[in-house]
Ligand binder design. Sequence first.
Ligand code: KG4
Ligand code: ZN
Length: 379
Amino acid sequence: MKILAIETSCDDTCAAVLENDRLLSSVISSQTDLHAKWGGVVPDIAKRAHESRIKAVIATAIIRSNSKISNFQFSKNKEEKLDQIIEQGMKDIDVIVVTQGPGLAIALGIGVNKAKELAIKYNKKLIGVNHVEAHILANLIKNKKGKPERKIEFPALALTVSGGHTKIVLMEQNDKFPIFNFQFLKKENINFKYTVVGETLDDAAGEALDKAAKMMGLGYPGGPIIERLAQKGDKNFLKLPRPLSTQKNFDYSFSGLKTSFYYQIKDWPKEKIGGNLANLSASFQDAVFDSLLIKLKKAIEFYNPKTILASGGVLANLEIRKRLRKLAKESKTPLLMPVKKQFNTDNAAMIGITAYYKALRGEFAEKKEKLDRNPRLTF
Ligand code: KG4
Ligand code: ZN
C-alpha cells in the first residue's frame, strides 16, 4: 500500500510518501521566516503560504519517493510540470491522507481541499487523521529498510508535547474488533485505544516556551532558542512555580508559570534582561520540564506501563530527552522517542504512519467530498 500524506495544520507545509509503514520521502516547507517578525503564527499568512507551496511540496515528495518519475519529459512551464509530476506519481499511490485537525482552520482547509481534490480526481481512497494521534504514532515511522522495528507493549503511556497540546495518553490494545481481519489485528497489536489521562488546563508547554521567548525579546519559535541559551545558564537563577505539581491528578498548567515569569522581569531594564538571557532561559525551561516530568512520573507509578512513548515539537529538545531517558531507566520501562528530530516537530510522515494503521483497520472516508477540516478535533 502506497500512501501520500499531507499536513498543513499550522505553519509547515508538509507531504510524505510511505510504502506501508516505511517512509520513502518526507518534505517540510517551513514558514518560520514569514511568521518570525510577528512573534507567532499569523493564520492568514500561513494560509497563503500553504496555498502557494502545497503543489510543489507534494510533487517534491513524489519525485523523491519514486526515481522512475524523473525519467519523464516534463513541460518547461513550472506549474504544468508540477501537475504532470503529481499525475505520474498518482499512478502508484493507493491512499491519500490528510490532517483533519486540530489546528488553524484556514491552514487545515488548504491541505484537506488538496487531498480531496486529488482523491476524487484520481479515484484514490481518502483518510482524515487526528494531528495529536499522529504525533504519538511518529514513534512507529520506519525507514526504507523497515528499521527500527519497534513494538509497543500495552498498556503504554504516551507523553506528547507541542505548541498546541500537552497530554499524557494511556494507550491500550482495543479488544473490540468491529472490523475485518480480526486475527491480523490481534497479532499486530494495531487496534489502539487511547484515553487522555492528563492534559494542560490552559497553555501548551511549547506555547509557554514561545511566550517566554517573546517576553525576552527572542525570536519565534521560542523553544529551540531557549534550548540553545539555556545550555549556558543557571536554572536556579529565578524561582519559578511548578503549577499543580502537588495535586493528585496528571494535569498540567503553564499559564501561572508564564505570569510569574512576566511579573519577575517586567520592570527590569532591557540591558538586565539582555545580560541574563541564558539564566532566564535555563530557569524557565527547567520549570517547564520539571512540570512535565513530575506528572509523567506520577502517571507511570499509577499505570505501570510496559512502554513509554514521548513525542511532539518540544521533544526535539535534547535536555528533556535526556531527562526522560533517566526517568524511564529509573522506572525500568522501555522508552520510545521518534528516531529523527524532524519527526517530533510537524511533518507529514507521522500523518502517513497513522493512516497506515487506519487503512489496516478499514477506516477510510466514506464520502470523499464530505471529509471536512475540524480545527477543534478532540483526542
Ligand atoms: O509539533 P510542533 O511542530 O507543532 C505543533 O503541533 O504545535 O511543535 C511546535 C512547538 C513550538 O512551541 C516550539 O517552540 C516547540 O515545539 N519546539 C521546541 C523545540 N523545537 C520546537 N521546544 C523546545 N526545544 C526545542 N528544541
Ligand atoms: Zn504538531
